[in-house]
Design a protein around this ligand. Structure first.
Ligand SMILES: C[S@@+](CC[C@H](N)C(=O)[O-])C[C@H]1O[C@@H](n2cnc3c(N)ncnc32)[C@H](O)[C@@H]1O
Ligand SMILES: Nc1nc2[nH]cc(C(=O)O)c2c(=O)[nH]1
Ligand code: SF4
Ligand SMILES: [Mg+2]
Length: 245
């Protein structure tokens, strides 16, 4: 593969295989490629090490070949699901990595807030759009979100995934889902990440997460919102907000 500076991906971390902890592929063995840099800054982001520019020195430019070498080494050369996350992976040049990986049998999912659409979304196996509710303090660009769905086209599965902390977030999720009636919906309770090193499972408020999870189930059932899936972040229940799992 010939490589140019435009192909370089800013990589915060590559880890796994672990299990996918969230959403449509929960429980599935997955290697994560987390890119560095985001056009948002959600107040409760659990991955600030890939968002806050203070960590920029840790985001290494890597060509698609080098990323695939690392993924191959982690998976023992066996095809596995690769989740592209971040940061916002949509602001990175990932088309070459996806094409090269698919040629070797890897499958690709991508997690994005839906603020930037890319033509290579059409080559994914799964596009997870996670527009941000009021508690994030971010504004949704509905046209950009729709452009993401359109860029995906008929190829990948496309799903919506909402983080819900409170009633206003739930109302937002209902309204956003109603704009895209054909898309499956996943709801997950938010976790309040304490500041400091993300390597300490004891610092996670598991009781708060479970309380919001019970409330979310009650809310969905009371509304007869039978198309929604309600799931916790399984990796957070297992490991807290530890990095690299
Ligand atoms: C860290 S983000 C990276 C991808 C992309 N920027 C996005 O937000 O979709 C990956 C997933 O984690 C979710 N997430 C981030 N912080 C969270 C928190 N405190 N509680 C629950 N989910 C969270 C996001 O909503 C998104 O679905
Ligand atoms: N196990 C595990 N599952 C995840 N699902 C989404 C994640 C993310 O941060 O994008 C994530 C993560 O960081 N770890
Ligand atoms: S969009 Fe995603 S990565 Fe960016 S700040 Fe929000 S949760 Fe974090
Ligand atoms: Mg995460």
């Amino acid at each position: 593969m010939t490589q140019t500076a435009q192909d370089e991906i800013r990589v915060s971390e590559i880890f796994g295989p672990t299990i996918q902890g969230e959403g449509a592929l929960i429980g599935q063995p997955t290697v994560f490629v987390r890119t560095g840099g985001c056009d948002y800054r959600c107040v409760w982001c659990d991955s600030l090490h890939a968002v806050d520019r203070r960590f920029r020195a840790d985001w290494l430019p890597m060509g698609p070949g080098a990323v695939l070498d690392r993924v191959r080494a982690l998976s023992g050369g066996l095809p596995v699901m690769v989740s592209l996350s971040g940061g916002n992976p949509a602001i990175q040049p990932l088309g070459g990595l996806i094409a090269a990986g698919k040629a070797e049998g890897y499958r690709f999912a991508l997690e994005t807030q839906g603020s930037v659409a890319r033509d290579w979304f059409a080559d994914l196996d799964l596009l997870v759009l996670s527009p941000k509710p009021p508690s994030s303090a971010m504004e949704t660009d509905w046209e950009a979100l729709r452009a993401c769905v359109e860029a995906a086209g008929p190829g990948p599965r496309v799903v919506l995934k909402f983080v819900v902390f409170d009633e206003a977030d739930y109302t937002y999720a209902r309204a956003a889902a109603a704009r895209f009636p054909a898309l499956p919906v996943y709801l997950q309770p938010g976790n309040h990440t304490p500041p400091g090193p993300q390597d300490d499972n004891a610092r996670i408020d598991i009781n708060g997460i479970l309380q919001r999870l019970r409330w979310l189930v009650d809310r969905v059932v009371a509304d007869h919102w039978f198309a929604a899936h309600v799931l916790p972040q399984l990796h957070v229940l297992i490991w807290g907000n530890k990095r690299g799992v």
